[in-house]
Ligand binder design. Sequence first.
Ligand code: PLP
Length: 376
Amino acid sequence: MLPYGRQSIDESDIDAVAAVLRSDWLTTGPALWAFEQDIARIAGVADPAVGVTSGTAALHTAYAGLGVGPGDEVITTPLTFFATATMAMWQGARVVFADVCEDTGNLDPVAVKDAMTSRTAVVAGVDFAGHPIDAAPLADVAHSGGALLLEDAAHSIAGSLDGIPVGSLADVTTFSFFPTKNLTTAEGGALVSTNAEILERARHFKGIGYTRDEAKLLSEPDGPWYYEVHGLGVNYRLPDVLAALGSNQLLRVAAFKARRQEIHQRYNEGLAGIDVLRLPATRAGADPMWHLYPLRIVDGRRRELFDHLRANGIGVQVNYIPVHHQQIFAELGWRRGQFPVAETYSAQEISLPMFPGLADADVDRVIDLVREFVGA
Ligand SMILES: *Cc1c(COP(=O)(O)O)cnc(C)c1O
């Protein structure tokens, strides 16, 4: 079965990991610090990233860093992996959904504006399939209501909008390094921010809640072993073994991006001009790192096309089941039909195989199977 996504591991990745295994530091050492600098560089931010154990952990840590708590509302998209929403709930926030734009599947600034209240603390957009969010209008809407903008960039590291790298578009940006994503550490994630206070709270949170910085200690240390605990934290520390893999992957990220863009273009050309298909849009100014190729079929035969491709060895996927349809949100009163653009997008969507190691011949086979199915 041809997968829809897959990691690209080479001998240099294996060597980078082996070198850490032979060193003194398996975790919280120099490979992690280097990776945190590398992520900051690609994200275009001055302060090092906060490396964590997954994209889910990055979201949880970001909400904690943003100071989200009980009584706060977080506005997000139904067209995402559910952790974008549920990690805000761990911090005690109420999740509020807003609909998406028809062309990109990204959070619609007009819908967000309608959903804003005096309790809105964070607007959390997702770079669906790798296409950057409508950052400027979303930041305007959020900031004018006293909220901050979080960008879940699990799909889009190394992308940019109007020349600004993903990572510098929002107040906080989170990444995932799961194997299907654009670069991998096996499991891993990170967040970046342009706000030093948010970063400090995030670092404290993911590091169990230690305070060792002398400037912040409340009492005089009685020895070099001394530390204080000022708040709750969790252990989301990213091991050096994995960080080294991430730094080595970053050396090839431009090549990964170029190949993903080539595959995207090949699908676009091979599937153009077919009336029952909608191809993913690219907005002016966007230079996406394509994580997915989200094809839509509008004649109601998504299930049949999905089965046809799977039966022919093509490991297609659906991204995503609308988050508000999940039981946990149904119990909170969210109903089917509330977000028609996202729900229609979701009902028509099939993610075609997209990863740097995918051969042109495989892309062409997928195109031929889709064309044959729709009778084109
Ligand atoms: C993958 C993903 C996550 C979670 O990342 P993990 O590393 O799998 O925990 C969060 N948000 C989105 C949009 C994702 O695609």
